[in-house]
Design a protein around this ligand. Structure first.
Ligand code: FES
Ligand code: FES
Length: 180
């Protein structure tokens, strides 16, 4: 009885790399990755954007949050090839030209973080909340930020930071109610 030997495929052929392009923080970037690679890995390891953190790697903590085509996503749940051609904003992209985003300022001034590990999720969830609701109740704030785990603050200063960001947005001279 003859046995057919399995043919061996070199690993580099079995897992081909592909080239992707995406716009990250207003810059067109080209990266090479495998189909299995996560967006968070590409951002951190290839583009060196370490403001996007790796916590649970299963969608629970929010530390890896970025904006993908304007919507917050947990980048550990996105395969990098799915971001081909996308517009991505990371935490660094909110402070281009060294001017902090108003939400970042509110968190800074109200002790909304301590170690800062959870801050991508808190900031991007706040931006989405305030885009549609400029005067949220505390319950609405807590609901909007659910899914972002903070091991430091006890959450109260996070709620106060979001309230401050909402007030700053309402007081901004160019604030326009969008009715959304
Ligand atoms: S690392 Fe992505 S949600 Fe925790
Ligand atoms: S500030 Fe440390 S995890 Fe939230």
């Amino acid at each position: 009885m003859s046995h057919t030997q399995p043919t061996e495929t070199p690993l580099e052929d079995a897992v081909p790399a592909r080239e992707l392009s995406m716009t990250v923080n207003d810059r067109l970037c080209r990266v090479r990755c495998e189909d299995r690679h996560l967006l968070v890995e590409v951002l951190r390891e290839q583009l060196r954007l370490k403001g996007t953190h790796i916590g649970c790697l299963n969608g629970d903590c929010g530390a890896c949050t970025v904006e993908l085509n304007g919507e917050p996503v947990k980048s550990c749940l996105v395969l990098a090839p799915a971001a081909e051609g996308a517009e991505i904003t990371t935490l660094e992209g909110l402070a281009l030209d060294r001017d902090l985003d108003p939400v970042q300022i509110a968190f800074w001034e109200n002790d909304g973080f301590q170690c800062g590990f959870c801050i991508p999720g808190q900031i991007f969830a706040t931006r989405r909340l305030l885009a549609g609701n400029t005067d949220p109740t505390d319950a609405e704030i807590r609901s909007a930020l659910a899914g972002n785990i903070c091991r430091c603050t006890g959450y109260q200063t996070i709620v106060e930071s979001v309230r401050a960001a909402a007030a700053a947005r309402r007081d901004a001279p160019d604030h326009v109610e969008k009715g959304t």
